[in-house]
Design a protein around this ligand. Structure first.
Ligand SMILES: NC(=O)c1ccc[n+]([C@@H]2O[C@H](COP(=O)([O-])OP(=O)(O)OC[C@H]3O[C@@H](n4cnc5c(N)ncnc54)[C@H](O)[C@@H]3O)[C@@H](O)[C@H]2O)c1
Length: 276
């Protein structure tokens, strides 16, 4: 990532002993040499991520924007390009689900808010970045989705649909801008143990504690653990870097095999070695 100019949208997190996806992504890109614009609606959170990058000897900028606001989606890209002198890497990490519900009880405002923040924002930042990437001779856009975009989302109805939209948006951008050397991929994490997942699920009362989340969150995962922000950031780093130069339009599950469980009721049993 040496010499690269990256924008990470949703680069902050609540203070915690755990790493969130956005901070992990921003610091991993910077660790490999990228200059990074840390974008968040909460300036202190973005500043904290930028400071970690600077402390490690990297270069980081802070931009405050609410991606639920269409004008902000355009502005954050323009300000990032002005701060760094260009952009060749974009990571769309922001999503919300705290207003979600099942299909019968979700209200229309909640639906709209999730579509705007989770899906429309990724379209707007991506289309605004295209001219800058063309100027740079190409680039990489990586959108954060979820394996919930492929499975029954339970009470996360609009979240799952907005993320299915993110997958489709990714294919569209990958195909449309491949000739400009602009790649677009999406990462589909399973449950990741992050400050947000713990806070969100316990606030809803869906799980009573972090310990319970770790237990149930790994239940249907063949690798029998939850994901970490580091797992997600490593995938984003690969998809942003030159190591994946010929890879575009991919949906990359980061899920310990969880998607392989569709249609199964129990984790696969270990298979004993047999004599050849
Ligand atoms: N945590 C999980 O279990 C999990 C699982 C699958 C997918 N994901 C995806 O990972 C991403 C987030 O990861 P995380 O949960 O680690 O959170 P995170 O730690 O990366 O925090 C995201 C940041 O987004 C910011 N943000 C929220 N709304 C915003 C807005 N309207 N405008 C600008 N910034 C805003 C928050 O202030 C926060 O700092 C989302 O796309 C989510 O769908 C998470």
């Amino acid at each position: 990532m040496e010499g690269r100019q990256a924008v990470v949208v949703g680069a902050g997190q609540p203070e915690s002993d755990l790493l969130g996806n956005g901070r992990a992504i921003a610091t991993f890109l910077a660790r490999e040499g990228a200059e990074v614009c840390c974008v968040d609606r909460d300036m202190a959170r973005a500043e904290a991520t930028a400071e970690i990058i600077r402390q490690a000897g990297g270069t980081a900028h802070v931009i405050t924007a609410d991606v639920g606001n269409a004008d902000d989606c355009v502005r954050l890209i323009e300000e990032s390009a002005a701060a760094m002198g260009g952009i060749d890497t974009l990571v769309n990490n922001v999503a919300i689900n705290h207003v979600d519900a099942d299909p019968l009880s979700l209200d229309i405002d909640g639906w709209q808010l999730m579509m705007d923040i989770n899906l429309r924002s990724q379209w707007l930042t991506s289309r605004t970045v295209v001219p800058f990437m063309r100027k740079s001779g190409g680039g990489a856009i990586t959108n954060i989705s979820t394996i919930g975009s492929k499975t029954l989302g339970g009470r996360m109805f609009a979240y799952a649909i907005s993320k299915a939209g993110v997958n489709a948006l990714t294919h569209f951008f990958a195909g449309t801008f491949a000739g400009d050397n602009i790649r677009c991929n999406t990462v589909l994490p399973a449950w990741v143990l992050t400050p947000h997942s713990i806070e969100g699920l316990t606030r809803h009362g869906w799980v009573p504690s972090r310990e319970e989340l770790e237990r149930t969150g790994s239940n249907n995962v063949p690798m029998h653990r939850m994901g970490s922000a580091e797992d997600v950031a490593n995938a984003v780093l690969f998809l942003s870097s030159n190591e994946s130069n010929f890879i575009t339009g991919l949906e990359v599950p980061v899920d310990g095999g969880a998607l392989q469980m569709i249609g199964r009721y129990t984790r696969p049993q270990p298979v004993a070695e047999t004599a050849a």
